[in-house]
Design a protein around this ligand. Structure first.
Ligand SMILES: [Zn+2]
Length: 158
């Protein structure tokens, strides 16, 4: 690590401790050239997970979005907030194994797989909109509609 004082290339670590609630390691280093000390932080590199929508648009995976969709499906069901969080974590874990790029369909399928283990009714609610949903935004909107009221089908012209 190059010394910020003298640009010397050699140093020794004099102290290491975890920081930021365990998500990084803080090291105090002493420059072997000038003897002055400086600090470095070591962090796990955030590996990105990208979701490709049907129209080809890409966006970073958002666990909050999954949770928001699932929350609508579990309305009035005996499923706790904690279970929803764990479900979303498991979905993310599975997707990261497939990643770094997944499709919205893969996200939906994984949510379904996890939801099935949790609650049948929520699973069916989710599945009934999933077959048509094109992207997570659409999905969230449609689940919302489904749970409010059945929307009368559009009159056919011809
Ligand atoms: Zn130095």
């Amino acid at each position: 690590m190059r010394c910020p004082w003298c640009a010397g290339q050699d140093d020794k670590v004099v102290d290491s401790r975890t920081a930021e609630a365990g998500s990084s390691i803080r090291r105090r280093r002493e420059c072997l050239t000038c003897g002055r000390r400086f600090t470095t932080f070591e962090r796990v590199e955030a590996v990105s997970l990208t979701v490709v929508k049907r129209d080809g648009a890409k966006e970073p995976f958002d666990r909050a979005k999954v949770m928001s969709g699932v929350r609508k499906a579990i309305k009035n069901r005996p499923v706790t907030q904690e279970q929803v969080e764990r479900l979303a974590e498991r979905v993310e874990e599975k997707l990261r194994r497939k990643g770094p790029v997944v499709t919205t369909q893969e996200v939906g399928i994984e949510v379904l797989a996890q939801l099935r283990r949790l609650d049948d009714v929520a699973y069916l609610r989710f599945a009934s909109v999933y077959k048509d949903f094109q992207e997570l935004d659409d999905f969230e909107r449609e689940v919302g509609l489904l749970l409010q009221k059945r929307v009368p089908s559009r009159p056919r012209s011809g």
